[in-house]
Ligand binder design. Structure first.
Ligand code: E4P
Length: 214
């Protein structure tokens, strides 16, 4: 399974990239707004650090506007993926951007049928938001599982990005469910590295090592 970092923060991206841990990056308007810098500058810098797919979201609500933005965004770097919300206008835009060879990530997916429609329109990726479903007492992982099954049943090549991830357990479950990608906040990536028994083990080895005559 591929790991994308869900952030627009350059320090986090550089750090995770130096660990060899990330295959791509996803951003959204909220994440970009936290950085207090121009969208274009942020996306171009992220694309220069990470060679894999970098999702940048279109904010128009009509297909014409999304297509225009998508063409512009995809011109910023060859690895830009245009993020489009799942709406009727969004599907129209995905169809047109796909025809132009522009990669898309259909976002804010909360039902398997939304994902199916996005795949039919030619989406490169779909992003089911599992954490936000968990937040309202629905099982987000069921959505990921259902989408993976549907895509397998009909040989869709659209990849499933498990998004809105809140914990390392989400990542493990998404991998078991067969998601192609999990996009994780930096904090979760750090948590994924750590295990208390690893820390105890390192300490014990160092304590014993200090007793070895030199
Ligand atoms: C995905 O691409 C989104 O940026 C993200 O996963 C949203 O997660 P949130 O529910 O934590 O905002």
């Amino acid at each position: 399974m591929k790991i994308f970092l869900d952030t627009a923060n350059i320090t986090e991206i550089r750090t995770a990239h130096s660990w060899g841990a990330i295959d791509g990056v996803t951003t959204n308007p909220t994440l970009v707004s936290r950085e207090g810098r121009r969208f274009e500058d942020a996306i171009k810098e992220i694309c220069s650090i990470v060679p894999g797919p970098v999702s940048a979201e279109a904010t128009s609500l009509d297909a014409e506007g999304m297509i225009k933005e998508g063409i512009q965004l995809s011109g910023w770097a060859p690895n830009v993926v245009v993020k489009i919300p799942i709406t009727a206008e969004g599907l129209k835009a995905v169809r047109e951007l796909t025809a132009r060879g522009i990669k898309t990530n259909v976002t804010l997916i909360f039902s398997p049928i939304q994902a199916l429609l996005a795949a039919k329109a030619g989406a490169t990726y779909v992003s089911p938001f599992l954490g936000r479903l968990d937040d309202i007492a629905q099982t987000g992982m069921d959505l990921v599982r259902d989408i993976v099954t549907i895509f397998k049943n009909y040989n869709y090549t659209t990849q499933v990005i498990a998004a809105s991830i809140r914990s390392p357990l989400h990542v493990a479950e998404a991998a078991k469910a067969g998601a192609h990608v999990a996009t994780v906040p930096f904090k979760v990536l750090e948590q994924m590295i750590k295990h208390p028994l690893t820390d105890i083990g390192i300490k014990r080895f160092l304590d014993d090592w200090s007793k070895v005559p030199r």
